[in-house]
Ligand binder design. Structure first.
Ligand code: GAP
Length: 516
């Protein structure tokens, strides 16, 4: 059953709450905007995503090692990295509603509306001309459509120029020229546009004033850069080698929307790959293709993933690409692969006065390595996996009471619970005892759940809804021949197997090896 994309997003959000994946933070106090908590199923799924990333990066590469740096870092770190001076978004307030917006997002939304008008004209013509319709020809010749497209393009160019030049006045005049109204008050009573730094800050207990100002890290990468010397010395890694890290990052996002897509507290999985200068683009191509394969190994269709090259490169990058995923609200950035040159190590070397160089024994020379980074948001990956997995099917349950099956078709390796153990009925003590025994044995191998409430069909539905790949049912035959049924979440086929083989059968299906 096809689910409309805008409906799909709403359904995923409420499904997350109902089935213990994600709750709004401090909900009893009405929540905290753009901050979320992961519930019992959410934490399992998130841990599995992290495990998959860690295994494929660290365990599978003998030249990539792990790190867990602190969230707090010396404030000079953020001066060197450029975050104090340049980690800004352009902000504008509406004087009537007192609401705050990102100026570039307001402009992008207005441009999208112009493009939507062009698309609407095309859709109307498609119906009118039916089989004879040539969409490309119509888009390039119909006066009204051409006018919309040109208008959108002009504003897109102005936006790109204003952003590159950090020209706040130019951004404001685009908002005025586009006649953008406040989504809340409907008014055009705007303040000036000004830069807003996205870093959260706090204060050290024993030092007053600016000296004691600390930042919550906005990316995990800097913890890797400042440990480059420590790690290279203690692990004796030879270039090329990588350092990988998973950890929290914090950004005071002005526009926080789309659920866990853009949060103020989130988790990143980042790897910095240190290479000899001049070889960085080769490494960049390798990681581009390696990261795309990582996504596809989970069964995500190729049509839902694409590369998006950065048109305006940051001043320190000589190549950058996003892997975009088709979220219910369109193709958006899921991961970034950036060739960051020697910008970060050089900046830390200059500000700290410590040499951050590598001695290359083959070349018999010291140099500051170049860096290729892969950076993915764990929460965005979580949302991508849920969006891809959420499925509604017209399949009545065993009792015939529920006609729609909602199933999360997550890859078994990612599923929060691998196996549910279910006694056919709960009012037969011998069945319950047997089922408990099976559960107590299986739980040593993987995450299991035990459920004896409600009719069996409803219990299967509950497991489908959280993506449990296998349900083991203990019935009356189990008492005499020690066999059980294993129900496959996707095919719905039930196979009768001996209890002694259960762990091995399921283990095989959830083996990480199949992903590498
Ligand atoms: N070290 C490079 C870096 O931080 P980025 O493109 O700013 O690059 C990397 O972030 C990834 O972190 C993004 O591709 C996205 O998956 C995730 N991310 C960034 N901001 C986020 C936010 N506010 N909420 C959730 N995830 C975010």
């Amino acid at each position: 059953m096809a689910v409309q994309q805008d409906d799909l997003f709403k359904k995923i959000v409420s499904h997350c709450k109902e089935y213990g994946f994600i709750y709004p933070s401090s909900e009893i106090y009405d929540g905290l905007s753009a901050v979320y908590d992961y519930g019992p199923n959410g934490v399992e799924l998130k841990n599995n995503i992290k495990t998959y990333w860690w295994k494929s990066m660290v365990q599978m590469h003998d030249h990539i090692v792990g790190l867990d740096a602190a969230i707090f870092m010396h404030p000079k770190t953020w001066k060197a990295s450029g975050h104090v001076d340049a980690f800004n978004d352009p902000l504008i307030d509406n004087k009537d509603s007192k609401k705050r917006y990102r100026a570039d997002v307001l402009i992008e939304d207005a441009i999208e509306k112009i493009m939507a008008k062009a698309d609407k004209e095309v859709e109307k013509a498609k119906i009118k001309f039916a089989d004879q319709f040539d969409e490309n020809l119509y888009r390039s010749t119909n006066a009204r459509v051409v006018e919309y497209i040109n208008k959108a393009k002009t504003f897109q160019d102005r936006l790109a120029q204003a952003m590159t030049a950090n020209d706040m006045e130019a951004l404001r005049s685009i908002i005025v020229d586009l006649e953008v109204v406040c989504p809340d008050s409907g008014s055009r009573n705007w303040t000036e546009v000004r830069q807003f730094n996205l870093m959260f800050n706090t204060q050290l207990g024993n030092i007053a004033g600016e000296e004691g100002k600390l930042y919550l890290r906005p990316e995990t990468a800097q913890g890797i850069f400042v440990n480059f010397l420590n790690v290279s010395k203690t692990t004796r890694q030879k270039i090329p080698f990588g350092i990988a890290q998973i950890g929290k990052a914090f950004r005071n996002e002005i526009v926080a929307r789309q659920f866990i897509f853009r949060m103020r507290e989130f988790e990143q999985m980042e790897m910095q790959y240190f290479v000899k200068p001049g070889t960085e683009l080769e490494a960049y191509e390798y990681w581009k293709s390696s990261r795309m394969k990582w996504h596809q190994a989970l069964g995500t269709p190729a049509s839902k993933l694409k590369f998006h090259n950065h048109e305006n490169l940051a001043h320190y990058a000589n190549a950058a690409v996003d892997i975009q995923f088709e979220f219910p609200f369109g193709f958006k950035e899921l991961e970034g692969i950036h060739s960051r040159t020697d910008f970060d190590l050089k900046a830390h070397q200059e500000l700290s006065g410590k040499k951050l160089q590598y001695f290359d024994p083959e070349q018999n020379q010291n140099y500051i390595p170049y860096v290729v980074e892969t950076s993915i948001g764990c929460d965005r990956m979580f949302l991508a996996m849920l969006s891809n997995a959420y499925t509604e099917e017209n399949i009545p349950d065993a009792e015939g009471t529920d006609a729609t099956r909602i199933v999360l078709k997550l890859h078994p390796c990612l599923a929060p619970v691998k196996c549910a153990v279910l006694p056919l009925v709960k009012n037969k003590p011998e069945l319950v005892e047997k089922a408990r025994k099976v559960y107590d044995e299986l739980k040593f191998s993987f995450q299991c759940s035990y459920d004896d409430k409600d009719a069996i069909g409803r219990r299967y539905r509950r497991q489908d809804a959280v993506g449990t790949p296998y349900c083991v049912t203990i019935d009356f035959d189990s008492l005499t021949d020690d066999t059980v049924t294993v129900r496959d979440r996707d095919s719905l086929l039930q196979e009768r197997v001996h209890i002694s083989t259960l762990s091995q059968i399921i283990q095989q299906k959830i083996d990480w090896k199949q992903l590498f």
